[in-house]
Ligand binder design. Structure first.
Ligand code: MN
Length: 293
């Protein structure tokens, strides 16, 4: 067992009372395989008349991966997709060379609990065609007292439907009562896990809700002790040769790729098409954090 890196979440306020904890990227660990971004949103009970409302914004070079635990969220994008995501479902939006989307609570005054992740596209796929897929049915099984849902990748005989561009794993593990289980790992993958509720013990170390455990690579098994009413998200994947560059909603293999996208978004170029009639105000990108060449 490698020493476990304990990563504390950073808090951010996305507005309208939507507090999130961000575990990736972190100073200690930027990525886990291709997983390059992890926000844990809620659980939050929005007051009447309020909800999550994220206006039109662009992405490149990544897949946004939404795992909904509670609530209902409406996705719209510049490809013309409109899709409500409900608990137990995954939305996978492939930005590739460029897409614009919005995310809104289906109704205000409701509860929301979700994990919002990004999967970096490897350099050979970063300019692929944009796409959106909704996955209402995922492989589910029980092991001991735990209920497992395969969100991405393969595990044993199970294969998750979301189409990804590098070898990776996303696994949700939920228990209502204290449960021990042993999971098979791929030694070539690096892994990280975080309790989204409750608490877990890994190699005798206790991790509270929102404490991220980076486990490294080279291991064949993982022994977990889950507390009562606990939900753990396990992420894995083959490490990237080079960490991706990230800025605002853009991921890319170079700063130049990101700066080009930012300029095109600011100028309203056709790469980033409208959603519907295009009347909803678009989000403004903050200035690039480095000097443009
Ligand atoms: Mn987005």
């Amino acid at each position: 067992m490698n020493p476990i890196l304990r990563i504390a979440p950073r808090n951010a306020d996305l507005g309208d009372g939507l507090l999130i904890r961000r575990m990736l990227p972190s100073r200690q660990q930027r990525m886990v395989g291709a997983w390059c971004f992890l926000d844990h949103a809620g659980p939050v009970d929005f007051p009447a008349g309020r909800g999550m409302h994220v206006g039109p914004h662009p992405h490149i070079g990544l897949q946004t991966f939404t795992w909904l635990i509670e609530g209902e969220v409406l996705h719209r994008d510049s490809l013309g997709n409109e899709q409500v995501i409900r608990p137990g479902e995954v939305n996978l939006m492939t930005a590739g060379r460029g897409i614009v989307h919005t995310e809104d609570s289906l109704a205000d005054g409701q509860r929301l609990h979700a994990a919002q992740l990004w999967i970096a596209l490897p350099p050979e796929s970063e300019h692929c065609a944009p796409d959106f897929a909704h996955h209402p049915v995922l492989p589910r099984w029980r092991e001991g007292g735990a209920s497992l849902t395969l969100l991405a990748g393969t595990y044993g005989d199970h294969a998750a439907p979301p189409r990804v561009h590098s070898p990776l794993l996303g696994l949700d593990i939920a228990s209502t009562v204290p449960t021990t289980l042993t999971l098979a790992l791929e030694p070539v993958f690096e892994y990280g896990l975080v309790p989204l509720s409750g608490e877990a013990q890994v190699a005798g170390e206790r991790f509270a809700t929102d404490e991220f455990a980076y486990l490294g690579r080279g291991q064949h098994h993982l022994s977990l002790l889950l507390g009562a009413d606990t939900r753990v998200l396990l992420l894995g994947g083959e490490p990237f040769a080079e960490p991706v560059h990230m800025w605002w909603n853009f991921v890319g293999s170079s700063r130049a790729v990101i700066a080009e996208a930012q300029g095109q978004w600011e100028r309203g170029e056709a790469r980033f098409g409208p959603i519907g009639d295009g009347s909803r105000p678009r989000l403004a990108a903050p200035p690039l954090p480095w000097r443009a060449d």
